[in-house]
Design a protein around this ligand. Structure first.
Ligand SMILES: Cc1cc2nc3c(=O)[nH]c(=O)nc-3n(C[C@H](O)[C@H](O)[C@H](O)COP(=O)(O)OP(=O)(O)OC[C@H]3O[C@@H](n4cnc5c(N)ncnc54)[C@H](O)[C@@H]3O)c2cc1C
Length: 270
């Protein structure tokens, strides 16, 4: 990779990735501006998700992804301690049929990646239908409060002197001399800025900017998703359950709304 001379940087997209990158570049001495399409930072996928701080359990069929999650888990939990909800018990259930792993395979997988996994207490096992569920494990997985995470990042960006512009769409980029000409629409008004580098952190809209700029598109398939938030019965308040590994559901705390997210592999995607 060519060495980047840190000067003037624009970042399209004020989700968690854009914000984190902006701070890192600013700490290296760059002058950084974030352009965010919405009125608020971290209001798209960085808010509308399951709020799971992944610790590997979700990926019994990809040991590499599982190990990466295991390594990142303590780092994220330490760095963003104030947004972490660890005050609930997290159970992973393995289905008896239609599952791509068995209970025993899941247990061995957790052992291999070094993730805590023990048989759940009888009181929890009694909540499930033994005809449908092969195994129930108590694990260690947390949730994050997306609003608190945003507030932490806003403070950090302010300390790093990152400029944040909301209601600002990056429409197009083109070469201009040694640098780049970035065409934005801020509050509906066109504005052009000149920078040395532009980072496209727009996630689901990554191709919008590429297309507008006449650049090659990334062959992606997009799916509309809906995250359902529910109030759970009292006995589930301090509990999260994820059923592996196939067309199943997950219900777990969603701290920023003080509710639980309820997602399903088949129905969350439209
Ligand atoms: C259903 C679902 C559940 C998930 N559950 C989890 C989970 O439990 N745990 C986990 O760690 N991850 C989860 N993820 C993944 C996680 O949500 C993403 O990895 C993360 O939010 C991506 O952050 P981002 O900053 O790239 O994207 P975003 O948060 O979407 O940020 C992109 C930003 O770019 C802005 N933007 C778009 N176009 C432009 C433009 N042209 N100009 C300026 N701004 C623009 C958008 O408004 C948006 O704010 C889930 C994802 C989905 C879809």
């Amino acid at each position: 990779m060519a060495k980047m001379v840190c000067r003037n940087i624009a970042i399209a997209g004020g989700g968690f990735f854009g914000l984190y990158l902006a701070e890192q570049l600013a700490l290296k001495g760059c002058r950084v501006t974030i352009f965010e399409k919405s009125q608020q930072l971290m209001s798209r996928a960085s808010y509308v998700n399951q709020a799971r701080v992944h610790n590997g359990y979700h990926y019994p069929r990809s040991i590499l992804t599982a190990l990466r999650s295991r390594l990142s888990f303590p780092r994220f939990v330490n760095e963003f301690a104030d947004c972490i909800d660890d005050d609930f018990a997290k159970y992973y259930l393995v289905a008896g049929s239609l599952s791509k792993v068995t209970g025993e395979q899941f247990r061995r997988f957790c052992q291999r990646i070094g993730a805590e996994c023990e048989e759940a207490p009888a009181a929890v096992k009694n909540l499930v239908n033994p005809g449908l569920i092969d195994a129930v494990f108590r694990t260690r997985e947390y949730a994050f409060d997306s609003h608190k995470l945003r507030d932490i990042m806003i403070d950090r960006l302010s300390a790093a002197k990152v400029r944040v512009v909301t209601d600002a769409v990056v429409e197009k980029v083109k070469k201009s001399g040694e640098g780049l000409e970035v065409f934005t629409s801020i509050g509906g008004q066109p504005e052009t800025v000149y920078v040395d580098h532009l980072f496209n952190c727009t996630y689901s809209r990554i191709n919008y900017l590429l297309d507008g700029s006449g650049l090659a598109l990334i062959p992606l398939r997009h799916e509309m998703t809906e995250m359902c938030l529910v109030e759970v019965p009292e006995e589930f308040r301090k509990m999260g359950m994820t059923l592996m590994c196939g067309p199943f559901f997950s219900v777990m705390p969603f701290p920023s709304a003080q509710l639980h997210s309820f997602s399903h592999v088949r129905y969350t995607l439209h």
